[in-house]
Design a protein. Structure first.
Length: 177
């Protein structure tokens, strides 16, 4: 099984948004964040192929990112999970992954530092920043069967947002070969 972890795209500035008095849970992506995420999702589609299950944090910026990914992958349904909120433990998501059963590729959209902790925990059994996950970036992990537990995963790849967007661009042949 594969787990595609995606950090939400660029969102409104947290400090400026806090001055509005509105809950940070409602802080949205910026217009630029939406545009960049659309390109990034198109690049992901070229690399990943298919997603069989998509889950997201309920926070607006993550849900908006998941909506973009879902649209790019043919209108996938999105499951909102408390296990993808920043304060959740990696074991919460591991339990959900095991309960989800055998799916070839599961994608989750979440936040920092939760995703970094999750990836470190799955790779080496420790909540550490072994892989940097910038806004709009993605990391693909793999495990045997449905055994998502500490140290059970292998890193297949990690893509920075710019790399994902560049994969969306059409490849044009050159005469310099």
């Amino acid at each position: 099984m594969k787990l595609l972890t995606i950090r939400h795209g660029r969102a409104e500035n947290a400090d400026e948004f806090a001055r509005t008095g509105v809950s940070d849970d409602l802080r949205p992506l910026t217009a630029d964040g939406v545009a960049r995420m659309r390109l990034g999702a198109a690049g992901l589609h070229r690399v990943v192929g298919d997603i069989h299950l998509l889950a997201s944090s309920s926070l607006v910026r993550a849900r908006q990112t998941a909506d973009i990914v879902a649209a790019e992958f043919g209108g996938l349904a999105i499951t909102e999970l408390q296990a993808l909120r920043s304060e959740a433990a990696p074991t919460d998501l591991a339990d959900w992954l095991r309960d989800a059963g055998a799916k070839e590729t599961i994608a989750v959209v979440g936040h920092e530092s939760h995703l970094t902790d999750l990836v470190g925990w799955l790779l080496i059994g420790d909540r550490t920043d072994i892989v940097e996950i910038k806004k709009g970036a993605a990391v693909m992990l793999e495990t045997d069967g449905v055994n998502w537990s500490k140290g059970s995963a292998r890193l297949l790849w990690a893509l920075a947002p710019r790399q994902m967007r560049s994969l969306a661009e059409p490849i044009t042949p050159t005469d310099s070969c």
